[in-house]
Design a protein around this ligand. Sequence first.
Ligand code: SF4
Length: 437
Amino acid sequence: MRALPFDKLRTLLINPWIHDFSAINLWSAPLGLLRVSEYLSQFECEVLYIDCLKTIKHKSYGTGKYFRQPIQKPLVLKQIPKKFCRYGITPEEFQSRLKSVMPVDIVFVTSIMTYWYKGVAETISHVRKVFGEIPVVLGGIYATLCPDHALSHTEADFIYKGKIENGLEAVIRDFGFELKKISGKRPYYKLGFLQSQFAPLLTTSGCIFSCTYCASRFLNEDFMRRSPDDILKEIEELYNLGIRDFAFYDDALLTNSENHLKPILRMVIQKGLSVRFHTPNGIHVRFLDEELAMLMKASGFKTLRLSLETVSPERQRLTGGKVRTDEFTNAVTLLKKAGFTKKEMGVYLMYGLPNQSLDEVKEGVEFLKSLGVRINLTEFSPIPNTKMWNELLENGIINKDIDLLLTNNSVYYYLYSGYDLKELAKLKLEVKDYNIS
Ligand code: SF4
């Protein structure tokens, strides 16, 4: 066993920087990392936390802006005519915060988008500069999707794939530290790590669908639900801490709503909790019924993001069949009847999917205008280990050594969609004008 400078193991959790052309905080919180803090709370160890993505300007409902500094654009992105930035605290602030928590025995860094790997790598390089040869464990979505890439493109010692409970304890022991269990787990928000004005909620994990462009199935093989009582307890405890905005992170929030979301919302209403719910991930509206729409309105849903992606029946079928246009229309009718307005309902419509014409996107825009809902145009970005990624490889569109920076949502359509970019810019402007009208 390693000797510890303090009596207890000192662990440091870090939410790394983002390197990108744009990034805003739309209810983004490092929930996986916060769950690591909960996991560690059952052991005799100290948990320290640095969030490089501190929000500096708070906007409505708990959203906000990050500080950003222009940085040198990687060579591979030279042709993209936009500023490339580091989002989050300055390197000076990060270094000073690292020094302030010294000494530390082991560091855990999380990761999200695969094309943000440079931000992760820079974060870990600063950890190395300040702490030297300390064990650094990298987990999260990028690490799970691309473990070999993460090992070769960052200075992490160990790439942690998958769920925390599956082996984090063993990894810590393998680095030579003793872990003594002293209690049950404590929620992250009771450990003082909630740094946002909203709280993330994850009531289910995984998804019952398997869309060809999505990595949900790869990241969570099984679909799991927490109990409604457990979720209500979390909402109430956060409410008592002053939190009013809650963002659902679920991939499949409306699934089996009779036994899941409906009882939760009934309890929220019954307890008179004055909350605001948001669904940044997009919801499967095919599972919506009149009662659920009414409960969502009555319990305080304020920002609904609905997943449609495309109006092409063929593409809907080929990409996983999560919703048909007629089901979508029906759901919007129910939501409007329940009292949701255009301002509250935004619909994800994708562009830049393989072989997707701009005319198909325009058709989607016209359809959504006819329904009177807001339109959220989203760029397709290929994700490693998805079916669509494999198809792109097989068809020779991308190769296995593609720099993941090129899969950035702001980059991929620019290079690979073949769209007339002026026409696309015109469409985006039209959508912007429509959304604020
Ligand atoms: S329904 Fe949504 S979360 Fe589920 S696989 Fe499709 S895109 Fe992913």
